[in-house]
Design a protein around this ligand. Structure first.
Ligand code: NAD
Ligand code: UDP
Ligand code: UDP
Length: 324
């Protein structure tokens, strides 16, 4: 345990310069904690954490979680890992290492410090699910050797490591299975569907639907998600997860494209491109467990959340045009 002079905690956030991590840091600083953000800036950006740089309780360290890390903290949130298929497939070996070696290192750190450790797992552990919606008891339908496996199996192995450190070493763990989350500070060139569609719509460029657009996703606004992460971390040792965190409102990708066009007043057409291999056909979280144990459910509907996200990307446009 770190030595403290008052009640505030020193909290490590790996992947803190990324989309979700930077929103989590907002909340942790607001709550009065000290935050150590570590990130190798693979998909995260300094822009996401610029606003914290003069903050006396914020510290940034450029570091890759696949290497050991010796720091003194009271809690750990492990979010380091590229989340967009385009990025995690760019260097798949590094993606698996990030999930697996990264988990071993943060678990070793948590073991030495005797502190709580949170893992950002994913709905991808369910693969292309045949059970719908997906409850935590479902073991999933994952291809172990496909293009998405570096991410899916890496995250599954990280869950295994978390539960084995829990059983073998008595570590206090918190595992959340995060479903598609969106909002401001997603990278505009991230490649994920929400950022792609909004950027294409704002630029009046064709909206690229992969496949026929009948596949579904359930989109959670980032503020809702972060509230769930904080509630999970605040639970007692009996709550380990895995717990699904996501918004159960399910949409087809075609519906999302139409919404992006309508809400931006865009002149974009829709174009259909080849569906990537192993792309899940449906995804919707069963959040009964989160409701019961965390008293949590999302509050922001897609329309409202998309509106805020569109405003964020709109404000970025002039700067992006300069750097093109
Ligand atoms: P993101 O890509 O914006 O953030 C990931 C961060 O991790 C980036 O800042 C990146 O630079 C950093 N990172 C990557 N590899 C690293 C390494 N080896 N060492 C140190 N830092 C590294 O993605 P996000 O959407 O903010 O996702 C955050 C976490 O939540 C990830 O673990 C992701 O798998 C998980 N998750 C996200 C979603 C979602 O829809 N956004 C869904 C399920 C799970
Ligand atoms: N580790 C770390 N920081 C620490 C303690 C451990 O990064 O403060 C890493 C270290 O690289 C080690 C891994 O976590 O390999 C797993 O630690 P653990 O104690 O579980 O295993 P061991 O050291 O016995 O292999
Ligand atoms: N998708 C799409 N057009 C895009 C990007 C993604 O149609 O420009 C589809 C993708 O094939 C998938 C869904 O949108 O069916 C969600 O993709 P994303 O990469 O955001 O996340 P995933 O849930 O697949 O990890």
């Amino acid at each position: 345990m770190a030595r403290l002079y008052d009640n505030r905690k020193r909290i490590l956030v790996t992947g803190g310069a990324g989309f979700i991590g930077s929103h989590l840091i907002d909340r942790l600083l607001e709550q009065g904690h000290d935050v150590l953000c570590i990130d190798n800036l693979f998909t995260g950006t300094k822009r996401n954490i610029d606003q914290f740089h003069n903050h006396s309780r914020f510290e940034f360290m450029r570091h890759d979680v696949t290497f050991p890390l010796y720091v003194e903290v009271d809690e750990i949130y492990n979010l380091a890992c590229p989340a967009s298929p385009v990025h995690y497939q760019h260097d798949p070996v590094q993606t698996t290492k990030t999930s697996v070696h990264g988990a071993i290192n943060v678990l070793g750190l948590a073991k030495r410090l005797g502190c709580k450790v949170f893992q950002a797992s994913t709905s991808e552990v369910y693969g292309d699910p045949v059970v719908h919606p997906q409850p935590e008891e479902y073991w999933g339908n994952v291809n172990p050797i496909g293009p998405r496996s570096c991410y899916d199996e890496g995250k599954r192995c990280a869950e295994t490591l978390f539960f084995d450190y829990h059983r073998q070493h008595g570590l206090e763990i918190k595992v959340a299975r995060i479903f598609n989350t969106y909002g401001p500070r997603m990278h505009p060139a991230d490649g994920r569907v929400v950022s792609n569609f909004i950027m294409q719509a704002l630029r009046d460029e064709p909206i690229s639907i992969f496949g026929d657009g009948s596949q579904t996703r359930s989109f959670c606004y980032v503020d809702d998600l972060v509230e769930g992460l904080l509630r999970l971390m605040a639970t007692g040792p009996e709550i380990t997860g895995p717990v699904n965190l996501g918004n159960p409102a399910e949409f087809t990708i075609k519906e999302l494209a139409e919404k992006a066009i309508e809400m931006t007043g865009s002149k974009s057409d829709i174009v259909y491109r080849e569906l990537p291999r192993d792309d899940p056909k449906q995804r919707q979280p069963d959040i009964a467990l989160a409701r019961r144990t965390l008293d949590w459910q999302p509050a922001v509907d897609l329309e409202k959340g998309l509106g805020w996200t569109i405003d964020y990307f709109k404000a970025l446009l002039p700067e992006l045009a300069d750097s093109r």
